[in-house]
Design a protein around this ligand. Structure first.
Ligand code: MG
Length: 192
């Protein structure tokens, strides 16, 4: 059976953070750098209200216009060499445009069609041989929900970003950090 790779979108393939910072600059006149965002919450990192971030992300065209992150195409191409890729992405639920634009974006950038896209925040319910995600709590929950197997559970891969570097890993969970698509390929090659 083909391997199943579950790949998050924002922060792994799509530059959500860059677009939010651009939006904040446009609305407040204050430019913030990516280096300022050292915690999961962008609002807390740069000291703006959460509502401002939500307003920016809910605008028509926001999701459609996200830039592809460096290395993202290489990551997806590499994963497709080893198995099937499913894009598992949390919808920005208060946006009326998000899911439509995300589908369109995934088709445009990665030729993903509807049976390769899962919109959910409950990623721990999705089965696969690997999850790649930049959100520590999601990676951890996914790792925890895997059945105990021999050989051991599939790897949950935390996609390294400045804002998740403080994450302290539970050593009992099969969570590994990757900083590049090459790191992910190394992990795949070690899989049983
Ligand atoms: Mg993400």
């Amino acid at each position: 059976m083909e391997r199943v790779f579950l790949c998050d979108v924002d922060g792994v393939l799509a530059d959500f953070l860059g677009a939010v910072l651009e939006g904040v600059h446009g609305k407040t006149g204050v430019a913030h750098s990516r280096q300022e965002v050292t915690q999961w919450s962008i609002a807390d990192s740069i000291g703006v209200p959460k509502e401002l971030i939500a307003r920016i992300a809910c605008e028509k065209g926001f999701c459609r216009e996200l830039k592809v992150l460096p290395g993202a195409r290489e990551l997806v191409d590499m994963l497709r060499k080893y198995g099937e890729v499913y894009f598992v992405t949390s919808p920005f639920w208060s946006s009326q445009y998000w899911m439509y634009e995300r589908n369109h974006w995934l088709w445009r950038e990665f030729e993903a069609d509807s049976n390769e896209i899962v919109h959910t925040s409950a990623k721990h319910l999705i089965r696969g041989d690997m999850l790649i995600d930049d959100k520590p709590s999601t990676v951890e929950m996914w790792a925890m929900s895997q059945p105990v197997t021999d050989p051991p559970v599939p790897p949950a891969v935390l996609w390294y970003q400045l804002y998740n570097q403080g994450f302290v890993q539970d050593p009992r969970l099969n969570v590994v950090t990757a900083r590049s698509w090459e790191d992910v390929e190394t992990i795949i090659r070690r899989m049983p």
